[in-house]
Write a protein that binds this ligand. Sequence first.
Ligand code: CP
Length: 313
Amino acid sequence: MRHFLSSDAITDLSTILNNIKNIKENPFGNSSLGKNKTMVLLFFNPSLRTRLSTQKAALNLGMHVIPMNVAQGWKIEFEDGTIMNLDKAEHIKEAAAVISQYADVIGIRTFPSLINKEQDYQEMILSQFVKYASVPIVNMESATVHPLQSLTDLFTIEEYKKKTRPKVVLTWAPHPRALPQAVANSFTEWIQKMDYEFVITHPKGYELAPHFTKDCTIEYDQHKAFENADFIYAKNWSSYSDYGKILPTSTNWMITKEKMALTNEAYFMHCLPVRRNVVVEDAVLDSPNSIVIPQAGNRTHAAQAVLTQILNK
Ligand code: CP
């Protein structure tokens, strides 16, 4: 693996899932692999889990880590041929090439505009870094996907599943702000590589991009979707068709104890951060079936498995 940008980077999913298990059992077993190598983490928007887990993963491999918040103050020009006489002081061509002088691996976290669908779905920022950097790039959540999260999610399901072929439900849930489709896209993309029963449930108008959902089962009745589920994965996302918008829909999509009672004592998952009593009620999030904390803990092991593959290459 050179870059880790999406599920396409993983040619052998069962091997990397097994590697994550081994890393979890023995996190310092390869602590010299990244000796004298540096990882630069660029954050165009805030992060708690991705930032700390990726940093910890790199440290466990003996790497140096330089995190950098670039949300404010550093405005990069991404367009080719622009006359740069406005507020953007640096072009991506120099920025990515210069960071490559200091880093052996670059992690990038960037959100979509949620305004320009075409530009977001072309992964304009991430792809420009890939083009102009001379070192491997790790996607720490981009405009349309969050592969480190999804790899973690698959590992967590494998860890907790009680039957070979569990029923996994991705459910839309309400949120006061317009959020990216990245986590839902990515979860959908990765889960189709597993032999699970997979159902997506959301209100009409929240259909994900067809190239992610492909032949997935979409069930508009949330109660029906929850029946006999073994895992409920909740996430809000804004509309793809009415791009970036929150649609007028009822708020009764919140995950409640009553809805969880329809399931096969399902585990509750969410990538976090989560809005309590908006996305999910306290009674579910605080229940023994909520696995959101170990799920977040697994972020480190998944990131470490990805970095191990990159460093070995
Ligand atoms: N799940 C996730 O990516 O969390 P952060 O936004 O805190 O990184």
